[in-house]
Design a protein around this ligand. Sequence first.
Ligand SMILES: Nc1ncnc2c1ncn2[C@@H]1O[C@H](COP(=O)(O)OP(=O)(O)O)[C@@H](O)[C@H]1O
Ligand SMILES: [Mg+2]
Length: 261
Amino acid sequence: MSLYEVEHVSRRYGRAGTGASVLAVDDVSLTVEAGQRLGIVGESGSGKSTLVRMMAALDAPSSGVIRFGGEVVSHRRERDLAGLRSSVQLVFQDPRSSLDPRMRVGAVITEPLRSRLLRDRGDVPKDHRSRLAEVLASVDLPLEVAGRFPHELSGGQRQRVAIARALAPGPQVLIADEPVSALDVSVRAQVLNLVRDLVTAHGLTLVMVSHDLTVVRHVCDSVVVMRHGRVEEQGPSEQVYEDPQSAYTKELLAAIPRLRI
Ligand SMILES: Nc1ncnc2c1ncn2[C@@H]1O[C@H](COP(=O)(O)OP(=O)(O)O)[C@@H](O)[C@H]1O
Ligand SMILES: [Mg+2]
């Protein structure tokens, strides 16, 4: 049994008031094994974010089924998703919008550990402080950052905070959607190396989305190429990068500027 099983999943979005709709994900099937580092690549609008949002059960497929650890997680009510919620954490593209600007970094990072009640008070309970120190150290940020607000940090630091927040509950799977796309080119490689090292150190399963094939090649052992909502090609990274089968993948690879990272 694979950790994730995505079977014939489609997602159609209606266009409000127009009667028109767009098939964002079109009959996608894939599996993710425990410990795998899967990269999902494709140009903007190819359905990457929609696919991983469904894998994180933030959105439901229009058809098809997604299993996590053998349990169906598509079309489940929130209260039936405890297993997935505790095992899968996300990092989004832009930490400016994914981190609550009114919360100090310490509270942001420990929020996934806290009950609703404490969350409303915004306190960091004592037993969470050691976890906070641990995860801040693991993303190479000084402890003093805990007292600052996200907007007081650089883009790279903010994304480290988002990564620390994802790691805090001790997940099994990290889903990262374009984790370095919003960052200055100068800090992308650092943050990417950090993700790779943390995934290795904690034995995590990684699903990483990028429109940039170089980014995925740097970190992932296997790759899915998406186009117009469909899987164009998939396989081990070496195979897809060295010997692409689809004309579209060849085109994408040929378009990569050399020596980007
Ligand atoms: N919430 C939404 N409502 C309507 N259309 C959407 C929504 N999210 C995405 N889409 C459309 O679905 C397609 C795939 O989008 P997306 O999954 O964001 O692609 P990617 O992440 O590869 O750029 C695009 O045509 C996009 O405009
Ligand atoms: Mg996207």
